[in-house]
Design a binder for this molecule. Sequence first.
Ligand code: FAD
Length: 473
Amino acid sequence: MSKSYDVVVIGGGPGGYVAAIRAAQNGLKTACVDNWENRDGSHAFGGTCLNAGCIPSKAVLESSELYHRAGHEFSEHGIKLSKPELDLDAMLKRKAGIVKQFTGGIAQLFKANKVDGIAGTGKLLKGNKVEVTAHGGGKKETLEAKHVILATGSTPVELPFAKFDGKRIVDSWDALEFEQVPKRLGVIGAGVIGLELGSVWSRLGSEVTMIEAQDKFLFMADQQIAKDAQRQFKKQGLDIKLGAKLVEAKAGKNDVKVVYEDKSGKHEATFDKLLISVGRRPYTDGLFGDDVKVDTDDRGFVKVDKQNRTSVKNVWAVGDCAPGPMLAHKASEEGVVVADLIAGKTAEMSHECIPSIIYTAPEVAWVGKTEEELKAEKVPYKVGSFGFAANGRAQAMNQAAGMVKMLAHKDSDEVLGVHIVGPMASELIAEAVLAMEFRASAEDIQLTIHAHPALGEVIHEAALAVDGKALHG
Ligand code: FAD
């Protein structure tokens, strides 16, 4: 006899596992089916984010940053060290330990919230049934569900002429696991993932060349902030080639030979490893039975309405497999909203207040509109910016490069966008997100007391600068 549930979630990443927990908290009988497979063949909940994305990348970003600072900056603090020695194995073990702690934590959360966590592959059948093939193959069972939430995530885009081989031509997961520091690392795509992983290996000693097809660096970010960041990454030794397209890649036994093309013609380069980070595509392979027709768009995203309903009644989609930014916090928030809607509650999320972050050094973070977008949309705006150089805390930290830029409506003063390049931008952006969520004005932030000395004072000063009233600039 098939088991029946109020909600079956397919996918156990930040979209799916959070949806499952919230659904169970809402008193709904819930199962979460997930098929993540670790390199050793074991299963773990948490999806890309916990196993091969957000968490492991931040762990090695932190370790590599400390290594780099110990070698290049500690002496400025009056700390003398003989040359720091890299123990890459220990660094990667620490990362693996953090991943294990968090993925194991989800299994515990499922237990505590009475979610049935099932390791297996789910296939949506007609009538909202889910066929589950148990992890490891073989055994099949069918679950019946009043509601199904699709949260199957995304997978790296592979270039047909530069297929992943796991050794020389690699994806972001492989690039978190190199057993040795590659002497020459080529990175195709200078987006968020390419920049973060390029930074990691550059700090650990790789010569990093980034080949980016777009002419503009970080085309999706405010261009003033992007230019500032680009300058700083260049200083760190990242060789970022813009308007350059990879046209050929040949993996040999010991290296990868590539050809890329820019305005000046074709160029050759040789790397020890080549990371392809040209984006991710929604992953719905094998998800739909022959008798179900869930609409997808031309890029493969599951089509949803504003509240994440798909074209099939009582089937919902959240996270990377649905349109919108491919971010863990977007996935989780959609999961919460859908689980609440299924439970008959009122729920919505503000898509215009989703922060974006690049965890480089300095970090880059933003929320809301860029200056370029406001110009294009002909929205009248005021702008205030303030540098970290005049901030006591940033100087004390020896991390005073960068700035905060705030955009507010010219007439209403409502904050429309905040853009940061600088220390702890990932944490600082939370104030801007909250302000925008509450539809605060620049004046509201001006009138908010910010502790001294703290990095947040730069946000305060940027808000003051919107009306030409910065105190220290
Ligand atoms: P996923 O996390 O991809 O989870 C989907 C799960 O569904 C997987 O476990 C998959 O195995 C499973 N699945 C797929 N098909 C089936 C099926 N048929 N049956 C059962 N299970 C199935 N985002 C951030 O917000 N911040 C960051 O710092 C950040 N850093 C990143 C760094 C890297 C290197 C990468 C690659 C990504 C990063 N991301 C980051 C993006 C983030 O990982 C994703 O946006 C997020 O994981 C999406 O969550 P999701 O639940 O939609 O999908």
